[in-house]
Design a protein around this ligand. Structure first.
Ligand code: ZN
Length: 161
């Protein structure tokens, strides 16, 4: 069993693009948009989240150096190298639970039937797609269209390179 099956993240604003990539894989990745490091650390501790950041000061906090809180210092400023680092460091599965988390607000998606989304998606999508998910928070409708596939394929490309 992968230890990391339960991994949850809090993504610092300086590596914000990581949140979307992690959500594409199906990992719970909260985006932290504040400047108050102590609040980010408190949330990470309370919710058992791994911190992803480029901020070296966070790495020097006692809770991190003592190992109470896991934090990963992201080395690159290039998003594809950043996600590569996280995947390698934690042995994440690119195909963990794709298509399960809202890319915008990190909420678990809910299954919708084709009939339920009939009025909500473009006609060509309705004709060609059978599986739909909805975000209960922002009400975006997702389907496994070409965009999702392209993102997943890019992710796999990163890991090969
Ligand atoms: Zn949403």
């Amino acid at each position: 069993m992968r230890l990391i099956d339960t991994a949850r993240f809090i993504v610092d604003h300086n590596v914000g693009k990581l949140a979307r990539w992690l959500r594409i894989m199906g990992y719970d990745a909260l985006f932290f948009n504040g400047s108050n490091d102590s609040r980010m650390i408190a949330t990470a501790l309370a919710e058992g989240r791994v911190i992803l950041t480029r901020d070296t000061q966070i790495m020097q906090r006692g809770v991190v150096t003592r190992g109470q809180l896991k934090a990963i210092l992201i080395k690159s400023d290039r998003p594809e190298l950043q996600i590569h680092q996280v995947i390698a460091a934690l042995n994440l599965d690119c195909q963990f639970r794709p298509f399960t988390i809202c890319l915008e607000c990190n909420q678990p998606l809910e299954v919708r039937s084709k009939e339920q989304v009939k009025e909500l998606v473009p006609p060509y999508v309705f004709q060609t797609q059978n599986q739909y998910m909805e975000c209960p928070a922002c009400h975006r409708i997702y389907w496994r269209g070409t965009h999702w596939q392209a993102m997943t394929e890019r992710l796999q490309q990163f890991m090969k390179s």
